[in-house]
Design a protein around this ligand. Structure first.
Ligand code: FE
Ligand code: CA
Length: 539
């Protein structure tokens, strides 16, 4: 069995710490070369549960997945030198993977190192499992045992698969309400859950609402971002989603700062200063997410998170990064145009410039190549911000466009949709977060031409808890946007997606009241895309 250390180099282990743990390895198979044969720490008695943040699985492939945990006995430790209440030594922890929920049929067992350089998080890259099935797992450390998690491998690329059940979440603002939507999402037992960004919110509300961020200040440093992730992950509903469903994850802006674009902050910070903040935010994201250490290890202010996942012959999902490589907001400048704002073509011709990019050249090439080569029946692009054109026509007749989503990058959108059209990508579907509302959109080569072909379908999920935009205001724009087939901003919730070879069915699931932890859930609307026919029909 291969195990992966989560840092490129393991910090030198303090001799005293090592000796304290020597000879205390009973019952744990040893596979840690850097720690010369002794699972120190296995006799540790924890005064508080070190697995307070739970467990998570992600990045599914046919023979494995990433298993995550983080040691944090004093979860919201205010001491930046002791994240999670942990002193800065590496700790070796045990893990077990079984074929049954009772953990009787153990198929892998070993150790992994919780690295103090990454807040004692573990990103265990598990290989050698069977495709397309569930496994159960848990971690151990001394006298502590984590909760049990369920993780799924993917079906091997190209092999027959007749059904895939996904759930899609975005925008969970802790201060705006309870995470009942996460609880209902977990209750549906999806095969995989997609997180499309705004998993945390970096700012703190001036006037506290339903709940408050524990430190009450905007996250700008590594301890601040760590604290934010830890508080969110203490939520029992969110923690349960991760324990019970294997995740595919990308980010949006609030994992760093509202409406940032690459190195440009909405508050006009010096890019060199802002990149340090971004590096801290990216590192905290890495430390709390079940993402691949091999592909995604943070290096300086950059961190690659875009990735591709295959599910048999049925679907490929590209998880895109719409923040790290994008061009600056069009017509950026103080005092107010730091983040998203609306612009008309006459006032801001920069928005239309052909070289503007949402994904960056490298990711764009990677995406186009992957789409052109895919043999999957369904090709899903999961990403942060709305792709469909949205004309915001004011009372004076002036048409404006929001600069922070793909409407700020129309040339890049045009390139992508033209590529999808030209390379005959099978059943392209875009899944989107960010805008805190449900949308069903036809994606067209030319949104202003009624006869232009529909080349892809977009489903936008509402927020788990974040406030929605004005229903009245946006409803007024709809007559001028006939490719928008559905819009609803008054409900918080998530999407469930049922994929079969014949059709993809998306349900918009809405909770009754975000201020009620016991809120119930109902289906607001269902749409289907039939195999071979872009565009959704009501189901
Ligand atoms: Fe959001
Ligand atoms: Ca956002």
């Amino acid at each position: 069995m291969k195990r992966r250390l989560m840092a490129p180099s393991i910090p030198v282990i303090d001799r005293r710490t090592f000796l304290a743990g020597a000879g205390a390895t009973a019952g744990i198979a040893m596979t840690a070369p850097a720690l010369t044969g002794r699972a120190f720490g296995q006799t540790r008695r924890w005064p508080q549960n070190p697995f307070s943040l739970g467990v998570a699985s992600g990045a599914p492939v046919a023979d494995g997945f990433v298993l995550w945990t983080r040691l944090a006995p004093n979860t919201l430790s205010a001491d930046p030198a002791l994240p999670g209440g942990m002193t800065p030594e590496p700790v070796e922890i045990g893990y077990e993977i079984a074929t049954d929920a009772e953990m009787r049929g153990i198929v892998q067992r070993g150790t992994a190192v919780a690295d103090p350089a990454f807040a004692h998080s573990v990103h265990l890259d598990v290989k050698g499992l069977s495709p397309g099935r569930p496994y159960w797992y848990r971690f151990t450390s001394g006298d502590a045992v984590s909760r049990r998690g369920l993780a799924r491998t993917a079906h091997a690329p190209g092999t027959p698969l007749d059904r895939l059940r996904l759930a899609v979440a975005s925008c969970s603002n802790y201060e705006h309400g309870y995470f009942a939507a996460y609880r209902h999402l977990a209750d549906e037992h999806p095969d995989f859950v997609l997180f499309l960004g705004d998993y945390i919110y970096e700012y703190a509300a001036k006037r506290p609402r339903t709940r408050v961020h524990s430190d009450g200040v905007e996250a700008v440093t590594l301890p601040g971002y760590r604290n934010r992730y830890a508080q969110y992950r203490l939520d029992p509903d969110l923690q349960r989603v991760h324990a019970e469903a294997t995740a595919l994850i990308t980010w949006d802006d609030h994992e760093v700062q509202n409406d940032y674009a690459d190195q440009w902050s909405q508050t006009f910070d010096d890019p060199q200063v802002f990149l340090k903040r971004r590096a801290a935010a990216y590192q905290a994201f890495y430390e709390h997410m079940p993402i691949r250490a091999s592909l995604l290890h943070p290096a300086g202010p950059a961190m690659r998170i875009y990735d591709r996942f295959a599910f048999g012959n049925l679907a490929e999902i590209a998880m895109l990064d719409g923040r790290q490589y994008r061009s600056r907001e069009a017509c950026y400048g103080p005092p107010r145009k730091g983040g998203g704002h609306v612009e008309s073509n006459s006032a801001c011709p920069e928005r239309l410039e052909p070289q503007r990019t949402m994904l960056g050249a490298q990711q764009e090439t990677w995406l186009y190549d992957g789409l052109a080569q895919s043999k999957a029946r369904w090709n899903i692009l999961a990403q942060d911000v709305m792709m469909a054109q949205l004309r915001q026509t004011a009372a004076d007749g002036e048409v404006r466009f929001w600069t922070d989503d793909w409407n700020g990058y129309p040339a890049a959108r045009g390139r992508l949709l033209q590529h999808i059209h030209d390379s005959h990508v099978a059943n392209p579907v875009v899944l989107t977060g960010d805008i805190h509302s449900f949308w069903t959109n036809d994606l067209k080569l030319d949104f202003d031409d009624a006869s232009s072909p529909v080349v892809a379908t977009e489903f936008v999920g509402t927020s788990i808890s974040s406030d929605g935009p004005s229903y009245t205001t946006f409803s007024r724009y709809l007559p001028d946007n006939p490719h928008v087939r559905f819009f609803e901003s008054r409900t918080r919730g998530y999407m469930t997606i049922d994929v079969t070879p014949e059709r993809m069915t998306t349900q918009y699931r809405g909770i009754t009241d975000v201020t009620d932890p016991a809120a119930t859930v109902l289906t607001l609307k269902s749409f289907a895309v039939e195999n071979g026919k872009a565009g959704a029909v009501e189901a």
